[in-house]
Design a protein around this ligand. Structure first.
Ligand SMILES: Cc1cc2nc3c(=O)[nH]c(=O)nc-3n(C[C@H](O)[C@H](O)[C@H](O)COP(=O)(O)O)c2cc1C
Ligand code: SF4
Ligand code: SF4
Length: 295
């Protein structure tokens, strides 16, 4: 098969999953191309692919606007097989509604959605996950990738269901994008911390960061609120407007965490309470399917 993995990423979690998927597909003798959607991405010719994977982080229980807009302009092809690999920081069911608009695009174009999975990844907003929590997440993600590939290879159709209430809430919260437009004007550089390395400017996916007349780093209005700039800034010099209290600064170094034997891959307990309680169901779902297909 010739496969395309088409994705958007803010802080590189989706990129991490895309690389894993690519390697796994290639191990099964498929040819895999990857394409990252950015603000100025060229259109891509879909006609030579047998299967197209659509990957994205969930934002406010929605598909990121930049990714949806790209797919809409691209015009998906009829009779082509698609699968979705979406991911986010928490596992609650409201996230199920996030692909509703992409599913409509696929339906409208008479494409075929063969599979959909929701991966969990560490939060890039709100608060930083501890390393052993991240390692446990990555362990289950790898199992879920094997599950998704198995289902695709064996024509096991699986699509995540949403409902009217989740869809309604997700639709209301899709205004997050207007929030991003307002919030961008509160983005600010802490001049005492910034060393003008321009890392943020080079990496912003929408080319929204520039040097102003005073020679200082500044922000335009075209912000996706993807958190990449503040996440990767080596000096924690970017204030992310009204969300400053939720800032997570510094990459997770996922490969280093995964391969470091000093870090335990055990975090969630059987009687888990609080925020991480919803992980129990997700891990159960993955473990049960894994046992069914592979043990
Ligand atoms: C603006 C914004 C909104 C988010 N909304 C959600 C959400 O609704 N549900 C969720 O589980 N995680 C949410 N997250 C967390 C991200 O989905 C998560 O950290 C993801 O792994 C980031 O992927 P990326 O590194 O590919 O950008 C949000 C993050 C951002 C920046
Ligand atoms: S990445 Fe941080 S330190 Fe470098 S230019 Fe941007 S704000 Fe300044
Ligand atoms: S300005 Fe920062 S948060 Fe906004 S799109 Fe660019 S990298 Fe993402």
């Amino acid at each position: 098969m010739k496969i395309l993995l088409l994705y958007f990423t803010g802080t590189y979690n989706t990129k991490y999953l895309t690389t894993l998927l690519k390697n796994k597909f290639e191990n099964n003798l498929n040819v895999v191309d990857i394409f990252e959607v950015k603000g100025e991405s060229e259109s891509i010719d879909l006609s030579s692919y047998d299967l197209i994977g659509l990957g994205y982080p969930i934002y406010a229980f929605n598909t990121p606007k930049i990714f949806y807009k790209y797919l809409k302009n691209l015009k998906l092809l009829a009779n082509t097989h698609y699968f979705i690999y979406k991911q986010s920081g928490e596992t609650i069911k409201l996230n199920n509604a996030s692909s509703r608009k992409i599913k409509k695009l696929i339906n409208k174009s008479k494409g075929i959605l063969v599979n959909e999975q929701h991966y969990v990844m560490p939060y890039n907003i709100h608060f930083r996950y501890e390393d052993n929590c991240v390692k446990e997440i990555l362990k289950y993600d790898e199992m879920l990738i094997n599950i998704q590939l198995y289902e695709i290879r064996h024509n096991i159709h699986y699509v995540i269901k949403s409902n009217t209430i989740y869809n309604f809430i997700s639709r209301v919260l899709s205004i997050y994008h207007f929030g991003a437009k307002i919030n961008h004007s509160f983005y600010k550089i802490y001049m005492d911390k910034c060393n003008n390395c321009k890392k943020c400017l080079k990496e912003c996916p929408t080319k929204n960061i520039y040097v102003n007349k005073k020679g200082q780093i500044d922000f335009g209005p075209n912000c996706e609120m993807c958190m990449r700039c503040s996440f990767i800034c080596p000096n924690n010099a970017i204030k992310i407007g009204m969300l400053e209290g939720w800032k997570v600064n510094g990459p997770y170094n996922l490969n280093e965490i995964k391969n470091n034997p000093q870090i335990s891959d055990s975090f969630i307990t059987p009687n888990q309470k609080g925020f991480f309680k919803c992980y129990l169901k997700t891990y159960d779902y993955i473990q049960n399917k894994y046992n069914k297909y592979f043990l």
